[in-house]
Write a protein that binds this ligand. Structure first.
Ligand SMILES: [Zn+2]
Length: 179
């Protein structure tokens, strides 16, 4: 190494030209600035696989989601299902007390909905919230039609505390959805 144009091979310590990409003696790749260097090639290949794999995974996840739960979504049609009437009944069963809620729903949209998710709020006489639950009706409400429903809730308070019910629809699924 008597001038700046020579260097040592880090693998075999042979004096080699500073610009050498491959050591002339041991054939090791010196430069990473070449696509022909197997290390560089491997890194580029792995990166490309990672990007392509990510795109494929994203595509399939998205496609599966569209197939299993296709639009339109209830979130974009909030208010198209309305509760016309609802009533609570209390009953002692062999598994303990139960609250049954029966009512009638109407569908004011052109989209048939099913798996209707209800949010049930139970209030005591002075209006305080004493219990709440989410319950689902698996029946289908056709477009511009009515449908009766029944929900079952397991109470956590004494039954005589349940004075009032506030029922709202939190979600529903398009009948074209799979699951
Ligand atoms: Zn070498």
């Amino acid at each position: 190494m008597n001038d700046g144009f020579e260097t040592c091979c880090p693998f075999c310590a042979e004096t080699i030209p500073a610009a050498a990409k491959i050591c002339p003696r041991c054939r090791q790749w010196i430069s990473l600035r070449s696509f022909r260097n197997p290390v560089v090639g491997l890194v580029i290949t792995l990166f490309a696989l990672f990007v392509v794999g990510g795109c494929v995974a994203f595509f399939f996840t998205h496609a599966f989601s569209r197939i299993s739960n296709p639009p339109p979504y209830y979130a974009d049609h909030v208010g198209s299902l309305q509760i016309l009437q609802s009533k609570m009944f209390f009953k002692e069963t062999t598994n303990g007390p139960r609250i049954y809620i029966t009512g009638i729903l109407t569908n004011r949209s052109q989209i048939p909905w099913r798996d209707i998710e209800f949010e049930c709020r139970f209030l005591e006489t002075n209006g305080n919230l004493i219990d709440a639950d989410t319950s689902r009706s698996y029946s289908t409400v056709q477009a511009n039609d009515d449908s009766a429903f029944r929900l079952t809730v397991t109470p956590i308070q004494d039954l005589q505390e349940y004075e009032n019910l506030k029922l709202s629809i939190s979600n529903a699924r398009n009948v074209k959805s799979f699951f």
